[in-house]
Ligand binder design. Structure first.
Ligand code: 5GP
Length: 135
């Protein structure tokens, strides 16, 4: 059965898209730890990040860097924290989370509830910064 993220890649489930290229997709986490919490996934389904082949693995981090720089232009924060868990969705993904303290990237804390309008506004602004950076 395809993962929920493959279903997003295939357009069967909607997402608040941030950026994509032929290999990767970035979209807002639906249960964010912070405004701008973004997931980066390979379009080709693979469960474990460290099973990705070296070239694609390098490309995924470079793609994530460009996305992170766009997120931090929109969401005021000290920096973008990175986490890889994969305990809920068996499709490799990198969490990019705007943080000001270690507590901001504590996955056991309650998630934010954002409205559709807030998600759309954030996604639009981050996408704009990503495009401005000439990706
Ligand atoms: P993990 O697998 O790293 O433990 O967590 C998976 C993450 O994916 C969670 O932060 C969860 O909120 C997010 N997530 C799960 N299902 C969906 C979905 O359908 N859409 C989006 N945008 N995010 C999801």
């Amino acid at each position: 059965m395809p993962s929920i993220f493959t279903r997003i890649v295939n357009g069967e489930i909607p997402c608040y898209k941030i950026a994509e290229d032929d290999q990767f997709l970035a979209f807002l986490d639906i249960n964010p730890l912070a405004k701008g919490h973004t997931l980066v996934i390979p379009k080709k389904e693979i469960d474990y990040l460290f099973d990705i082949d070296d070239d694609q693995y390098r490309d995924m981090w470079l793609f994530s860097k460009k996305v992170a720089l766009a997120v931090e232009k929109v969401v005021p924060c000290q920096r973008i924290g990175i986490a890889v868990l994969g305990l809920e969705v068996p499709h490799a993904h990198i969490h990019l989370v705007p943080i000001n303290s270690v507590y901001d990237i504590d996955f056991s804390k309650p998630k934010l509830k954002l409205s559709q309008e807030e998600f759309q506004l954030l996604a639009g602004r981050i996408t704009g910064e990503y495009a401005k950076a000439g990706q």
